[in-house]
Design a protein around this ligand. Sequence first.
Ligand code: NAP
Length: 407
Amino acid sequence: MSAMETEVLIRQHLIDPEVCIRCNTCEETCPIDAITHDDRNYVVDPAICNGCNACVPPCPTGSIDNWRTVPKSNAYSVDDQLQWDELPAQQEVSGEVLTFIAQDESQQQNAAVSATSVIAPHSAEKPHLNLFDVRNPVTATVAGNYRLTADDAESDIRHIVLDFGNHLFPVLEGQSIGVIPPGVDATGKPHFLRMYSIASPRDGERPGYNNLSLTVKRVVSEQDGRLIKGIASNYLCDLKKGDRVQVTGPFGDRFLMPNHAGSNLLMICTGTGAAPMRAMTEYRRRLHAQGKGVDGRLLLFFGARNPDELPYFGPLLKLPPSLVDKHFAFSRLPGEPRCYVQDKMRETAPAVAELLKSDTYIYVCGLKGMEAGVMDALQDICTTAGMNWSALHQAMVVEGRFHVETY
Ligand code: NAP
């Protein structure tokens, strides 16, 4: 470049790989698909990102809010970023800074409204966040590890109780923690953390104890005739009482439950997505037992292959209908047609519509594939009841009454 020419600089948007918890929120939020990931890092493509910032507020850790001023001609590529274990330092650069300008302002507004969990319910308790991170994890001790699925069921789903001893680790229903599996991956790098939703209420798996529970499914898949075991899920499912686990978090400041009188919960989940629903239901059950009920109704739609594969099936059956109205959808019962949560919602349309007309908070958690079916069911239920789902959905999102966590 000649002395007369000025280098064009850009503020490049980057994600800190040391802090990122790989929750996929940023990739889901980005309105123009500028964020991508491999099995290690989440990265921003400088050729696509327009700096609209839609991804910044939803990020639970702040790892998304990193910027480096770099020559436009020499921005960090996606391939560069996928190799990183830490962010590069800011280099000394000089030139004319070209700041990002959102190409389309309406795109930015739409991103905010179409996101699934913009804010927490107004009466949610204020959560504690990021008390421990990968550089400073807390050690929890395994207090129990119990199989939830029948002995002969295909899935091995576990209820794992972690005790935090003397460490302060306050959580709320709907929050998650990170677990760091010990050891290194094939390239010699430490395993990155994995996120798990908390399955117990704020006052502990056992009330008054400094513990919490997780619902973990052992992941085993087949690739080229070989069995591949999920690193974190197998580590967790094999833990024994007394084992120590490195934990980060707590994470999550939106997928939280309302605390005010008369607030209803409409909970829709599949498989291990039951974890936050168990936490919320159990919290309301304890309040009722203490005579402190908040008078809201709970309506649950829960999908699994069959009763043997449905975590917490036995304990759930024992909960009285006066506490929670339960509807199970089984997809693989011999001789029966496949039934999904959205089918059960349609069968129960009048009850769903009635709840949607009042002070109700919707929570959807589990398989990503269920999202579209659940949205279609809500649309149909509203149309039949003479309600406008599209307007109600938008209102619920901005009022912190519509929350989705799917993977
Ligand atoms: P799964 O056993 O594979 O599936 C549960 C049920 O969902 C099955 O009956 C399945 O039917 C059904 N299903 C499949 N596609 C569907 C669709 N399009 N609409 C509605 N239902 C559908 O579930 P899983 O393995 O436990 O997975 C649960 C998911 O929750 C995972 O992706 C996990 O990452 C996520 N999650 C877990 C946590 C946690 O803390 N543990 C928290 C949040 C989310 P078929 O018989 O047809 O397969």
